[in-house]
Design a protein around this ligand. Structure first.
Ligand code: 5RP
Length: 237
């Protein structure tokens, strides 16, 4: 990915950067087209911006219960993914994005539906503040949605990964109990990884029994990243 443009020269808070990229993503929304919508605090800014043009689009396909609720509260129609054959664009945030557009996602536990909606789209537009830009994926604990009865063996497989040491996988907790995803499953967060080959890593982990979705988005990488920086929004493509 190379930098195509940068705008103004002032300092922004992280929240303001999220607002900036959320608004900037509107230019990828074509009138008359259904939009694929991701999940998270950055996407919430995009949803707020989308509400300003809601009369020009038929609706959105959402990647989580949380985004669905926000879209509906703002008067944006939400369509079931099964009603849609293709989307021109899917707009979502990331926990990490590298120079090739490969991402780690799932910090909001919505990775499976995010991958499903992204798979309907011709183009993935990632919106993120610059803290998400990395050279090598893996510093952010990798979210993996798992079938609960397989969590132990999947954790052990990560911890035994060849060539790496110090890997630790833990069930994500909420209010003292394992977090339950929108799909009724659990999340393993895997710390200590260095994901040198995201395509191969995603393919391998996806085949482990009990893995619903691994939070590496390499086969469905971002075609464009709108990165919020101290100098404004940079477009990487
Ligand atoms: C949710 C995600 C989010 O896109 C990711 O966690 C980034 O969230 P935020 O914009 O709040 O930093 O993958 O599952």
């Amino acid at each position: 990915m190379t930098t195509a443009a940068a705008s103004s020269a002032s300092q922004y808070s992280q929240d303001e950067l999220k607002t900036l990229v959320g608004q900037a993503a509107l230019k990828y929304v074509a009138p008359g087209e259904i939009v694929g919508v991701g999940t998270g605090s950055t996407v919430n800014k995009f949803i707020d911006a989308l509400a300003t043009v809601k009369d020009s689009i038929p609706g959105a396909v959402s990647s989580s219960v949380a985004s669905t609720e926000r879209l509906k509260a703002l008067g944006i129609k939400v369509l079931d993914a099964n009603e849609v054959q293709r989307l021109a664009v899917y707009i979502d945030g990331a926990d990490e994005i590298d120079g090739k557009g490969y991402m780690v996602k799932g910090g909001g536990a919505a990775l499976t539906r995010e991958k499903i909606v992204a798979a309907l789209a011709d183009r993935f537009v990632c919106i993120a503040d610059e803290s998400k830009r990395v050279d090598v994926l893996g510093a952010f604990p990798l979210p993996v949605e798992v079938i609960p009865m397989a969590a132990g063996q999947i954790a052990r497989r990560f911890e035994a990964l060849g060539g790496q040491s110090g890997i630790h996988a833990q069930i994500r907790m909420k209010d003292g109990a394992p977090l339950v995803t929108d799909n009724g499953q659990h999340i393993l967060d895997v710390r200590g990884l260095k994901i040198a080959d995201p395509l191969a890593f995603e393919s391998e982990v996806n085949q482990w029994p009990g893995v619903v979705t691994v939070g590496v988005f390499a086969h469905q990488k971002a075609a464009v990243c709108l990165l919020g920086t101290a100098r404004g929004v940079q477009t990487l493509e």
